[in-house]
Design a protein. Structure first.
Length: 422
């Protein structure tokens, strides 16, 4: 609850990444010191003399909170990257395994074709061997018949024998016919055996060539499968390693998150101890506070002035709120001005250090609650809303200077986790 009894918005945290594992001691502290990620200024600490019973060093500073937030944020980013890579590696491993299966199928088909051709070659070779054996037997038989015929007729005048032995002519002719048939039979067997042998050998040669081709395909298919399987194994190993890495980072992130929460809680306790419970209740995790709960009106930049009817620079952000309601310090710092300031009426400026100054205009008469040189805390009630100076109604005119130059308060505060306006 804020000082007016209204419910306040929750703290808005803007976490920015630097190097991971600083809090765990995995990287040197210089990494954070060198990081440009955090643009907001460091809050001015209250002098220890202003604290009745405790020192500012009893609690972590905003820089400590930032370091914890940055380490947590960086680790979250790393976890997200690891998980994205893990998804890619898992997809790659699945693709590699699928490719290995395709190569395995090709290898199996090549082996099957090789085995079939090898069996066919063996069968043809067996036929060739049998044909060679038959041809050899036919040659031997034909040779024996020729030898027998030669011995039978060797040295005998067949014509004289037939004329001198007319009674034996018919028997002799029968014998000649029988021998002639045997010779023809032997010659046929021999010729058929030779042809069978040639055909079988031709088929064997063809089968041998085909077997050689299939053998080469088998070797290539086997090599492709081995390579694909090796790729699948390595891809799965990468998935396993990345999974383990992700699990390790998740565990580290849990530690960092716990430490960040504890650091931030201690920081907020320090704000309560320094500035009171009400102040801490309105302060964002970045140490900045919404200066008013009202509704945004005219913003920063050129506008046609509603009173003077000319175009001129509107130096801040108008936040409409009922007169008399609280105005809060946007950040810890030192009051540099508190009094009348022309068109801005009753006006306060606070120096927050690091070149940042905030201004609060149109404060109601008697509504300034701080004095020059006073240290104030983030969210501390410093004034009351009014319409002094050049104003047409009750509102806060909120301004921000950075290194002497005006800047848009809305974007400036948003970068520090505070959304202006209700």
């Amino acid at each position: 609850m804020d000082r007016s009894g209204k419910s306040t918005r929750g703290a808005r945290v803007r976490v920015r990444g630097v190097a991971a594992f600083v809090v765990l001691g995995l990287l040197p502290a210089g990494v954070i010191a060198a990081s440009p990620a955090v643009a907001e200024p460091t809050p001015v600490r209250v002098a220890t003399a202003s604290l009745p019973a405790l020192r500012a060093t009893d609690y972590p500073s905003w820089a400590d909170v930032q370091a914890a937030q940055q380490a947590e944020s960086a680790t979250k980013n790393l976890v997200a990257q690891i998980q994205a890579q893990l998804a890619q590696l898992t997809a790659a491993a699945a693709a590699a395994q699928k490719d290995a299966q395709v190569k395995g199928d090709a290898y199996a088909k090549a082996q099957e074709a090789y085995d079939a051709q090898d069996y066919k070659t063996q069968q043809l070779q067996a036929q060739a061997d049998a044909a060679t054996k038959d041809a050899a037997a036919a040659r031997l038989k034909a040779a024996r018949l020729a030898s027998q015929l030669a011995r039978t007729n060797g040295g005998i005048d067949t014509t004289a024998t037939l004329l001198s032995h007319q009674g034996a002519a018919s028997e002799q002719l029968y014998r000649f016919q029988a021998y002639d048939q045997l010779i023809k039979q032997a010659e046929g067997i021999y010729a058929r055996a030779i042809q069978l042998e040639k055909n079988a050998q031709k088929l064997t040669d063809q089968a041998t060539v085909q077997k050689k081709i299939l053998d080469e395909l088998q070797v290539k298919a086997q090599a492709a499968f081995a390579a694909a399987q090796d790729a699948a194994t390595k891809a799965q190993a990468a998935v396993d390693a990345q999974t383990a890495h992700a699990a390790q980072l998740q565990a580290q992130l849990a530690v960092l998150t716990q430490k960040r929460a504890a650091t931030q809680a201690d920081y907020e306790k320090g704000l309560v101890a320094q500035w009171g419970a009400g102040a801490a209740g309105r302060v964002s995790a970045s140490g900045w506070a919404d200066p008013s709960n009202g509704v945004l009106l005219d913003g920063f930049g050129l506008r046609f002035h509603p009173i003077y009817h000319v175009w001129k620079l509107h130096s801040g952000q108008d936040i409409a709120e009922a007169c008399g309601l609280p105005i809060y310090a946007a950040h810890a710092g030192t009051v540099k001005y508190a009094g009348w300031y022309s068109d801005l009426g009753n006006y306060i400026t606070i120096d927050h250090g690091n070149g940042v100054i905030t201004g609060y205009g149109h404060i109601q008469p008697g509504g300034i609650g701080v004095h020059v040189g006073q240290h104030v805390g983030p969210g501390q009630n410093i004034a009351r809303v009014g319409m002094t100076g050049g104003a047409t109604g009750c509102h806060l005119h909120f301004m921000v200077y950075v290194n002497g130059s005006l800047t848009n308060p809305v974007t400036f505060m948003r970068a520090r986790g505070v959304t202006l306006g209700s």
